[in-house]
Ligand binder design. Structure first.
Ligand code: C2E
Ligand code: CA
Ligand code: CA
Length: 607
């Protein structure tokens, strides 16, 4: 026998068996009234099914049907319906008893209860009224009457909710709703093993604003602050993502006069919290204007997370509030993580991001070049351009330390454009000197998917007037494997412009060899990790040998990366590898150090 069925008709909100928060209705207008969850308790399933069908016709979508009346209170606590349609005569626990329990319940005593009764007996109705019934419906239920009662009851409840749970000035949910929702999110995070992040935002200097300009100006400022913070959340992918029923904007609460809290469920990367917090600090920088008065407000944001910092609601609030009090600098907005380790990491990253932006704009980036050498005769046949970042204090930073960050922040796109432009400028200088040498440039996944790569490559080649066939674009194997169809299409367009295409780091991305045949490519670079032990490890040797053989069958040229010894080179000669790159010949070097190598070891040089 079915005991309880939770149904979402239009769209199943999947594996979310928990109750939903009590946020609802009104403020978004009549349409959101149909979002309410309607619970029915009746020992006759057919009655409930008929009522559900009527209500579905009227647009309602969320239902909880329960035959087993003894489970009623447990279900109410778990599912938190917005309205209860309750049969009176039931075995086990009667409707009267359930009504009594609801009204005695601290949290649910205001739940609207419509009594279903086949008896028109006045005494029964009076008794139900005495116990706190909201309304009555006669069985068999008439569809229009049912819809009318449900709609009116939900509207009244929504209005009460609006008064009870929303702040009239900002229209944001208030502290009561915050506590309720935090509890719900925490339980959800626990079940789904997710991280829940809380940002507590306090406004420095706000008391001074109230004292100096009066409550009217203060109110206007608060309303604007709420709008600015909301603007950071709108369109943000970090708040409430992936949770049906959760409107991102319902995650921001005005918890006190000048304090706001933001809940970010399912935030699985703490970097997102850094991003969100710095966005909020940023939007608060401009002065607020209240009745012609310019007011500056600086937020202090404290960030804490479940389960890292705290395991229950009160502890989490304490951590976030405590962290906000520690946010440095009262003269400027700032944020602070409760966990000191996250603080250090996020500050370092933020600093690195700021510095990298300057590096791209300023003159701190430069290209090093590493020769690509013909295995058979030792001639330099090309170079790979590798980026370096030289800080104003002279310290050199290597790509491994900033390329991942540049990828995360999107800075890789301007950075990659700088590299291509610089490499083409160098090619142009070489070509005017009569030096036709292959120049390889690394292209990152973000650049590849940014959508304007083909146009940018074409424009850059034209701008510098270089012969495109001497440019090689290196793309990693993992990048090319992600979306084969898209990769093939972009590669075909790139190739049509003239450059050579090389698959970098081959062997690390688990692509099958047959897959190679489908991709438009000129070159394969075998990853350094296969070369490291090749002289001792027969497995690696066999693998490299097969890769070279098959690549040749597919008409591809093979480059071995990371050759450090004569023995490795000898082996590559015996395996008929075409080119190699590695410290054995040369490390990546500055352009000044490359010039003498080129004049000595380059077959194509004519100067
Ligand atoms: P990659 O494209 O695989 O570049 C080869 C890396 O191996 C270079 O490191 C090079 O210095 C190093 N290497 C070359 N020969 C040897 C050797 O014999 N032994 C050892 N141990 N290492 C060798 P680098 O310059 O630090 O670059 C690291 C990675 O950063 C590159 O790997 C590439 O993925 C990325 N990168 C560098 N420049 C750019 C760029 O302009 N754009 C993009 N998107 N990525 C870049
Ligand atoms: Ca490369
Ligand atoms: Ca590589």
């Amino acid at each position: 026998m079915r005991t309880s069925v939770e149904k979402t008709s239009a769209q199943n909100n999947g594996n979310l068996p928990l109750s939903k928060p009590i946020i609802h209705e009104l403020r978004c207008g009549a349409t959101s009234l149909i979002e309410g969850t309607i619970m029915m308790v009746d020992d006759e399933p057919t009655t409930m099914e008929v009522m559900q069908a009527y209500l579905e016709d009227a647009g309602y979508r969320h239902f909880v049907l329960l035959e087993k009346s003894s489970r009623a209170m447990a279900e109410i606590e778990e599912k938190r319906p917005d309205i209860l349609l309750l049969d009176l005569v039931m075995p086990e626990v009667t409707g009267f008893e359930i009504l009594q329990q609801v009204r005695a319940h601290a949290q649910h005593k205001h739940l609207p209860v419509i009594i279903l009764t086949s008896s028109s007996d006045a005494e029964t109705k009076l008794k139900a009224l005495d116990l706190g019934a909201t309304d009555f419906l006669a069985k068999p239920v008439d569809s229009s009457e049912l819809i009318l009662r449900v709609r009116n009851t939900l509207a009244a409840k929504a209005y009460q909710n609006q008064l009870a749970y929303y702040d009239a000035l900002t229209n944001l949910p208030n502290r009561s709703l915050f506590l309720d929702r935090l509890d719900w999110f925490l339980r959800r995070a626990e079940r789904h093993h997710e991280i829940l992040v809380m940002l507590h935002i306090t406004l420095n200097q706000f008391k001074r604003v109230t004292n100096s300009f009066g409550p009217q100006v203060a109110d206007q400022v608060i309303a604007q602050v709420a709008q600015r913070i909301s603007s950071c959340i709108r369109g943000s992918d970090v708040v409430g993502r992936g949770i049906a029923d959760v409107n991102a904007l319902d995650s921001l609460f005005r918890v006190e006069g000048d304090e706001f809290s933001l809940l970010c469920p399912t935030m699985n990367h703490m970097e997102h919290a850094t991003k969100l917090a710095s966005r909020i600090v940023h939007v608060m920088e401009a002065p607020f204007n209240a009745d012609g008065t310019e007011v500056y407000i600086w937020p202090s944001i404290g960030i804490a997370s479940y389960p890292v910092d705290a395991k229950d609601t009160m502890a989490l609030i304490q951590c976030a509030v405590g962290a906000s009090a520690q946010a440095p600098g009262q003269e400027k907005g700032s944020f602070h993580f409760y966990s000191s380790e996250l603080n250090i990491r996020s500050l370092e990253r933020l600093q690195l991001e700021v510095d990298l932006r300057h590096a791209i704009e300023g003159e701190q980036l430069l290209l090093y070049y590493q020769p690509k050498v013909d295995v058979k005769n030792g001639h330099i046949v090309g170079v790979e351009a590798l980026i370096r970042w030289q800080k104003p204090d002279g310290k050199m930073i290597f790509p491994d330390q900033f390329i991942p960050l540049a990828e995360d922040t999107g800075l890789i796109v301007p950075l990659g454009e700088w590299v291509l432009n610089e490499a083409c400028a160098q090619m142009a200088r070489w070509q005017t000197q009569g030096l036709c040498i292959q120049v390889a440039v690394n292209v990152s996944a973000k650049q590849f998917h940014a959508g304007n790569l083909v146009r940018f490559v074409s424009e850059t080649l034209n701008a510098h007037g270089v012969d495109p066939q001497y440019l090689t674009l290196e793309l990693t194997e993992s990048l090319l494997m992600k979306n084969a169809e898209e990769a093939i299409s972009t590669l075909t367009h790139l190739m049509a412009l003239g450059p050579k295409i090389s698959m970098d780091d081959f062997g690390t991305g688990f692509s099958s060899l047959s897959y190679l045949k489908r991709l438009p490519l000129h070159e394969l670079k075998i990853d350094r990790s296969f070369l490291t032990d090749i002289t001792n490890n027969s497995g690696d040797k066999a693998l490299v040998s097969v890769v070279i053989y098959l690549a040749h069958e597919f008409g591809l040229q093979v480059v071995a990366e990371g050759v450090e010894t004569q023995e490795q080179l000898d082996l590559l000669v015996s395996l008929h590898c075409d080119q190699y790159q590695g410290y054995f010949f040369s490390r990546p070097v500055k352009i000044e150090d490359l010039a003498p190598m080129l004049s000595e070891r380059c077959a194509h040089i004519s100067i």
